[in-house]
Design a protein around this ligand. Structure first.
Ligand SMILES: C[S@@+](CC[C@H](N)C(=O)[O-])C[C@H]1O[C@@H](n2cnc3c(N)ncnc32)[C@H](O)[C@@H]1O
Length: 238
């Protein structure tokens, strides 16, 4: 299958947050959207703004996904052939989006989601139930890097990892250094908040997603695939 890469969407540090590149498909499919659900996500936000998926999921779920972020998340959840890991579920907006993609492709993938906060884990379970998406999702209350080490030691491999647990350099860098050990060959990882003006802004010294990804992912193991909204997509070399 010929995948679409968008190397020109890479942003220099001075460009971060000045614009949000639109959604473009990685996997080939006919038309503008994959299916009705993807189309509903596409119509839930104007331009590059945040999506409100309350009506789509028939329950309010707080979160901060831009239109392009949510479309890309659904696409990857839909097309990858293997299990999915999410780091940082908050109230389950991204978790429900991934779970819906899994459900709409037969529900054969297992989704693991990890969050440090027990309250947020409980909220994610509640959101999945309210959105009628139970099953196939394992919610774990743990620190992200510790959870990744645990999966690595168990020999677990993921076809897609969504990284959205922290905005700080150290926790994201630590995960980046571990990712190659848990990715299936040809798997994808998507970093939220990569394209955010607070990265590299001296007024926000704690914000370090962009730098952590650049420093932490080995170019021998990962290839840049594109920026969509505020996310950056990387592909694990086979
Ligand atoms: C930005 S929110 C995630 C939003 C969610 N992905 C969405 O799109 O709906 C970040 C979440 O990561 C959790 N978190 C922060 N630091 C963490 C860490 N080191 N390990 C695991 N979870 C962490 C927070 O409790 C919070 O719920």
């Amino acid at each position: 299958m010929k995948l679409n890469r968008h190397p020109d969407s890479f942003l220099g540090v001075e460009q971060l947050g000045t614009f949000f590149p639109p959604y473009q498909p990685t996997f080939p499919f006919a038309g503008e959207y994959i299916d009705d659900f993807h189309a509903r996500i596409g119509s839930c936000a104007k331009g590059s703004g945040l999506v409100n998926l309350d009506e789509v999921f028939a329950t309010p779920i707080k979160g901060w996904l831009r239109r392009a972020d949510a479309l890309k998340l659904y696409e990857l959840g839909y097309f990858v052939m293997g299990d999915i890991l999410e780091l940082g579920s908050y109230h389950g907006l991204s978790t429900c989006t991934l779970s819906r993609a899994n459900h709409n492709t037969g529900g054969q993938k297992r989704i693991d989601t990890v969050d440090l906060s027990a309250a947020n884990c409980a909220k994610t379970i509640e959101s999945l139930r309210a959105a009628q998406l139970p099953g196939q999702v394992e919610v774990t209350c743990a620190e992200a890097a510790a959870a990744v080490r645990h999966f690595r030691d168990e020999g677990k491999r993921f076809a897609f990892v969504f990284i959205d647990h922290s905005h700080s350099y150290q926790p994201v860098h630590e995960v980046c250094r571990l990712l190659a050990d848990i990715m299936s060959p040809g798997g994808f990882c998507l970093f939220h908040d990569f394209n955010d003006r607070r990265n590299g802004d001296s007024a926000h010294p704690d914000y370090g997603v962009y730098r952590a990804v650049i420093d932490g992912l080995s170019p021998n193991s990962f290839e840049f695939y594109g920026v969509y909204g505020c996310t950056a997509l990387y592909h694990a070399c086979s």
